[in-house]
Design a protein around this ligand. Structure first.
Ligand code: NDP
Ligand code: OXD
Length: 320
């Protein structure tokens, strides 16, 4: 039996090397064919009946349904919204990605961009471009800056603790109640308003589900203190783009860092590219890498072989 690897990225060689090092004898098939530098294993599906495991990022709709003996689907991404959007997705165990590299990468991204706004880096970058030497007379300390994280899961929880270690005044919002040392926690619809009212820098790390789609809209921005900043590193469809532009233009929001977009790549004509208050990064906040992520997949395969329960299973009813 074989593992089918599907990804638009060129990291198939790393995955094949890591998987075969840990599970000698495993057959990995890479789809689609034509990956750069992939020369040493069969490309393409081969006999679909021989595939029992899939390790995938955004496979085309219908591909997984065409594998009659598939037993488990591992997502290369933490977010499984694209997979769940395929109406033909087989009702098999679906394991999402939780791995140290992804978590550490996201925490670095969040800390970088929170600090960037906190220390007025965009302002000084603009002044440098204009050749202006002007100091600020008042400097906020991190403990005076209230950061709020939407989503306190694998990524949001780690980022919250790292920001706390930098002395920020951190709060988080989740669906169910949470206890995180030193973090003010809020949950559910009734917790959202009070959470937003005390948030100067808002970070979105929610999964994209029917409940969270369009959550970053005018109504939410209006509940933040005037001059707040929004960082979206989750999914583009969390954000109502025109509401963000209006909130930036009115001064309700002072800035935004966006890693994810409704359309990716972000179209060349999109106003975000040149907006003076927007920082754009190309969906790179955190990337699953074979060297840190292979252990989760290997552990899953061993659990499956031993009949032990899988971990990080997606709850399809919740959508994450
Ligand atoms: P988790 O499933 O571990 O955490 C999700 C968190 O969101 C949980 O705390 C959950 O609450 C909360 N949540 C979900 N739905 C709601 C809701 N309706 N109301 C309130 N809280 C809610 O996910 P991860 O932390 O691993 O990942 C989060 C997302 O980050 C991914 O889904 C993906 O979209 C995005 N991502 C982006 C990357 C990038 O490069 N830009 C890289 C990796 C991930 P509870 O704890 O109560 O269940
Ligand atoms: C993910 C992502 O969900 O990279 O892992 O966006």
């Amino acid at each position: 039996m074989a593992l089918l690897f599907v990804s638009a990225h060129d990291h198939a060689p790393d995955w094949v090397a890591e998987l075969t090092a840990q599970l000698p004898g495993i057959e990995v098939r890479v789809w689609p064919s034509g990956h750069r530098d992939v020369r040493v294993w069969p490309e393409g599906l081969g006999d679909p009946a021989e595939i029992d495991t899939a390790l995938v990022w955004k496979p085309p709709a219908g591909l997984l349904a065409s594998l009659p003996n598939l037993k488990v689907i591992f997502s290369l991404g933490a977010g499984v919204d694209a997979l769940l959007a395929d109406p033909t997705l087989p009702g098999l165990p679906l394991v999402r990605m939780v791995e140290p590299g992804l978590t550490e990468g996201m925490t670095e991204y969040v800390c970088l961009h929170v600090l960037r706004w906190h220390r007025d880096a965009p302002l000084f970058e603009a002044r440098q471009r204009a050749g202006v030497w002007r100091q600020l007379t008042h400097q906020h300390l991190a403990r005076e800056r209230r950061v709020g994280i939407l989503g306190l899961g694998a990524l949001g929880g780690d980022a919250a603790l790292a920001l706390k270690a930098l002395r920020f005044d951190v709060a988080g919002w989740s669906r169910s109640p949470k206890h995180l040392e030193g973090i003010a926690t809020y949950h559910g619809a009734e917790g959202l308003g009070p959470f937003l009212a005390r948030t100067d820098i808002l970070v979105c790390l929610l999964p994209l589900t029917p409940e969270t789609e369009d959550i970053l809209d005018a109504g939410l921005f209006a509940q933040l203190p005037r001059g707040a900043v929004v960082i979206n590193a989750a999914r583009g469809r969390h954000l109502v783009e025109e509401d963000l532009l209006a909130a930036l233009d009115s001064g309700q929001l002072a800035g935004a860092t966006l890693d994810v977009f409704r359309t990716e790549p972000l179209p060349a004509s999109h106003p975000f590219w040149s907006h003076p208050k927007v920082t754009v990064t190309p969906h790179v906040a955190a990337i699953t890498q074979a060297r840190t992520a292979v252990e989760q997949v290997v552990d899953g395969l061993k659990r499956l072989a031993a009949g032990r329960p899988l971990v990080n299973l997606v709850d399809r009813a919740r959508g994450y």
